[in-house]
Ligand binder design. Structure first.
Ligand code: ADP
Ligand code: MG
Length: 694
């Protein structure tokens, strides 16, 4: 349970005075629904009110603080004109301007003849100096209560600066003092303040420099977050390890049979990673290994061999993939590879329903199924394995950490192999996997030529269409990926449908297929199948084909509006072609004029097909969020830490976490208790629970 001292911070924002349901909704949309979310909503700008000129010297457009006397009230002559209050000092006069003002209220705060200190932005209109709706109006003896430097926050439509500012202040004022969880020596070395002070400091920048990621207060908070993350990952890993106690060493029979029947030799890279994986499986500890291999590097057969090792012992294996299409494809691929072996491979997806599903579940529970391929549907509670020994998770960046653990629970001590085709730079993989063991699958199957990549403006669309036409007449098959319109599936669809229409007219309707995310699963499968079997020659698609689909005969990948895609995405798309022995071609069509980043991105695509290099470049060009592909990615989101700016801290946090758990595995010492609070503070509750169960 969350420590009581933190209760307040996890209350809804509406618990704050002055935050009602309407404001609460807006804040929730912007920052999150809890007080702690407001604490993490750091300022991005500041208003400096320290400039206190004479009225006559107040420059146009600048925020100033003026000491004035109230001379006259000019009520608005009609609803469209403002109410003006004329004030002055020795140097000149300034009109305080109010629209829709209540006269009695203005008389209360600005009584005639009174001295006032007002602060706001001034504007010059001809001879008149104005200040519209001053931010602050106070009596002179309260002038020192004015916030001289005020933080400004990112806003959202409908939410204005003042109420948000007040809410943030309210939230951080409620933040309790907490026992220090950081190492004292490390804190001293970094010159960092205690947590609460750092939090207040980060919300009270006194200069632009204090808004930067390298500000000590921000670094302290970022480090807290990184440490919580690393600690949670290390704990999850330790718990996963401890629960095991099963060594998987099959007799090698199935693996030998499969290897003998493969139409190719395993590459040395594949043999190497298999060696790692089988070594792990043979140990009594639970395996938690990440296999990173570029698109087309041949991870599937590696996964299959690992699963066969489990099946040889009479146990079962699960193979989880992110999409229905991919599940079906893997079923086909694996069934195809295993024809010579007597194996029972089945598929379970969201579409498996009713009687067939019931029958399948029974077979699974009684051990009649050796390998179960599936989507998220594998997580469902009533999916019970007889004896699950290995879980393979493919293209896992689509899944969340919780889901991974959840599936692990299905087998008492199931080994876990996570495979990803998106190469993740080291710094990022640390934050996501912590100290998970990592195997890199280097190299590609022999005979694989690198894909010939060209870029050209969309104005040359006709040439491209003609070129694709010639190629398909010679028996080629082409993917045609349509523009990605951010956050608007409807438009994505329209673009794809339109392109499908034009290409159908040119190539003939029977030659051109269409697949997109909104289609019914059956239609999707039918379209994919027609393309896989070569009945259609061109497959127009939105990015549903991005992940893992394997059509060796496809040699052309045309991407429209390539400038709208991320590098990692383009790399994935390009990886769909050139999988067979034929030369692959990738055509990146872009709209002119190309922005600088888009230009750089397309240039990188032409220069290299090294996924790791591309990922590093992507990180450099666009920052982490976009690299990871969108909101649905399974990476934990960092509120405070920045993968680029706080890279140095990431490594320290990992070492720190390891050290902490070595010395105090159950977080029982004084610092251990403080660290528990840290984990709750950053909502790594799941990790704390493991302490108890383990
Ligand atoms: P990915 O790592 O992207 O999942 P796949 O496992 O789909 O890659 O493999 C890509 C293609 O390479 C498949 O068509 C597969 O049959 C082929 N392949 C895999 N291993 C080898 C190998 N050792 N030699 C030749 N072709 C291979
Ligand atoms: Mg794959």
């Amino acid at each position: 349970m969350r420590p009581e001292i933190l209760f307040t911070l996890f209350k809804p924002v509406t618990a704050l005075k002055g935050v009602g349901p309407r404001l609460g909704k807006l804040i929730e949309k912007l920052a999150g629904g809890k007080l702690i979310d407001l604490c993490w909503h750091l300022p991005t700008g500041l208003i400096d009110r320290r400039f206190r000129p004479h009225v006559a010297d107040a420059p146009d457009g600048v925020v100033v603080t003026l000491a004035v006397t109230v001379d006259e009230h000019h009520p608005s002559p009609n609803r469209r004109l403002p109410y003006k209050v004329i004030c002055s000092d020795d140097s000149g006069s300034v009109s305080l301007v109010f629209f829709n003002a209540r006269e009695d209220y203005l008389h209360t705060i600005l009584p005639l003849g009174a001295a006032r200190v007002v602060s706001g932005r001034v504007g010059h209109y001809g001879q008149e100096i104005q200040m519209a709706h001053p931010d602050h109006i106070v009596e002179p003896d309260k002038a020192d209560e004015l916030p001289l430097v005020e933080a400004t926050y990112p806003l959202t439509t409908g939410l204005t600066a003042k109420p948000l500012h007040r809410a943030v202040q309210g939230a951080i004022d409620l933040a309790p003092e907490l026992a220090e969880w950081q190492d004292a020596a490390w804190l001293a070395k970094q010159h960092w303040l205690p947590w609460r002070d750092a939090l207040h400091g980060a919300h009270a920048p006194d200069s632009m420099a204090a808004l930067e990621e390298d500000d000590p207060n921000r670094r302290r908070l970022a480090y807290d977050e990184l440490l919580a993350n690393q600690l949670a990952l290390a704990m999850i890993r330790a718990a996963a390890r401890k629960r095991s106690g099963r060594a998987i060493t099959g007799d090698g029979r199935l693996r030998e049979e499969l290897t003998a029947s493969l139409p190719y030799q395993l590459t040395s890279g594949q043999r190497q990673v298999l060696h790692d994986i089988q070594g792990d499986m043979a140990l009594p500890q639970r395996m938690l290994r990440l296999l990173q291999g570029d698109v087309g590097s041949g991870k599937t057969v590696v996964a299959l061999l690992a699963m066969l090792a489990a099946v040889e012992t009479g146990a079962q294996a699960a193979f989880m993939v992110p999409t229905e299409i991919l599940a079906r494809q893997h079923l086909q691929t694996l069934t195809g590879l295993c024809t010579a072996l007597s194996l029972r491979i089945q598929i379970l997806t969201g579409r498996t329903k009713g009687r067939p599903r019931q029958a399948l579940l029974e077979d699974l529970a009684s051990g009649q199924i050796d390998i179960l391929i599936g989507t998220h549907a594998l997580f469902t509670e009533d999916v019970i394995f007889n004896d699950l020994a290995l879980t393979v998770i493919d293209e896992q960046h689509r899944f969340g950490v919780h889901q991974r653990l959840n599936l692990g629970d299905k087998g008492a001590a199931a080994d876990i192999l996570v495979m990803t085709a998106t190469p993740i730079p080291r710094t990022l993989s640390l934050t996501v996997y912590g100290d998970m063991d990592i195997s890199l699958l280097h190299g590609k199957p022999a005979g694989r030529k690198s894909v010939d990549t060209r870029s050209m403006p969309l104005s040359r669309l006709d040439d491209v269409v003609a070129g694709v036409g010639r190629a398909i007449n010679n028996g080629a098959r082409a993917f045609w990926v349509c523009p990605l319109v951010e956050e608007n599936e409807q438009l994505d669809l329209a673009a794809a449908e339109e392109r499908h229409g034009t290409l159908s007219r040119i190539f003939g309707p029977e030659q051109v297929g269409l697949v997109h995310g909104r289609m019914k699963a059956k239609e999707k499968d039918a379209a994919m199948e027609a393309f896989v079997e070569g009945r259609t020659k061109v497959l127009v698609a939105t990015t549903v084909i991005e992940v893992g689909v394997d059509v060796p005969e496809a040699t052309i990948m045309a991407v429209e509006h390539a400038e709208r895609f991320g590098l990692a995405q383009l790399h994935q798309l390009r990886g769909r072609v050139g999988r067979g022995s034929e030369q692959g071609h990738c055509l990146l069509l872009y709209a002119e004029p190309l922005g600088e980043t888009a230009h750089a991105r397309i240039a990188i695509m032409r220069e290299t097909d090294d996924g790791f290099k591309i990922a590093e470049e992507d990180l450099r060009l666009r920052g982490t969020g976009e690299l990871l592909g969108t909101r649905q990615s399974g990476f934990p989101e960092f509120r405070l830490a920045d993968a680029m700016a706080h890279q140095d801290l990431m490594e320290v946090a990992r070492d720190d976490a390891r050290l902490i758990l070595d010395r105090d595995p159950h977080l029982e010492t004084e610092r251990g208790q403080a660290l528990r609070a840290l984990l709750y503070l950053f909502e790594r509750d799941a990790a704390v629970k493991l302490l108890r169960s383990g």
